[in-house]
Design a protein around this ligand. Sequence first.
Ligand SMILES: [Mn+2]
Length: 293
Amino acid sequence: MSKVLRLPAHGRLLVCTDLQGNLGDFEAMAAHFRRAVAEDPDTHVVFSGDLVHGPQRAPEDWDPWLGDWYEDDSIGVFEAFLRLAEEHPGRVHALLGNHEHGHVGGVHTAKFHDDEVAALERRMSGALLRRFWAFCAGLPLVAVSPSGVVVTHAAPATPLTGPEELEAVDYKVPWPLPRTLPEVLALPILGPLLWARTCPPSLARGFLAALLGRPDGFVVHGHDIVHEGYEVSAEGALVRLSTSFGCFDAHKRYLDVSLSHRWTSATELREDHELRALYPDAPPHPVWGRDYV
Ligand SMILES: [Mn+2]
């Protein structure tokens, strides 16, 4: 399985980040995708990793930094993803996130359980678990389009000479697994691409040049929460997008871009055109961390 997903130079691309087991948000995204397909059958959707591993907490134990309450349904999201991919062959894609990576040789995350990998695997039947392992092991790391739009899970905080370096990555991290965030980030390529919150413009532009043969375009990534829904950074080389996890419904955003356009910078992205609300009818809500803490 290739680590680099190549998207065509025509049609439309939707990008959705970190769902972390939020089935309601998955269904909202699937509805946007089905509507886009009805308008343009040549539409692709990329889920940029972390489909799984959410909180299982009662509403009274909820924290406001987690956005609107939901209960983890990682298995439901995985099964719904498989159904959507079956419904639209070759058009529904996912990248490896650090949460999927834990199931196939990476560091086990410990956000909502001491070991989220073990906690999810305990809930799966043997047949489902084997299917999930094969799914995770086959996920690409990066999606690339000639339009200049590149999708990663976390920020591309790594030097890169070309796609062959990504193809050579082994998801099985050598033992002992790193234990601290600095140790994780020090893993070549996989550490930054699955865990980095941001990166300087020079690295982002170098990453784009290594994959596109030119330093323009932009990288869209998730992994870290933007409570406002999105943030353009690295002088237009990056847009950090939050479609689901950690946001209130009013702020959740997904990307909807033309693949026939040639993008030079994320500063070209317009609110309500390319940066769209997951829930356009959600009532306004103050932004956590900005309007209140
Ligand atoms: Mn992540």
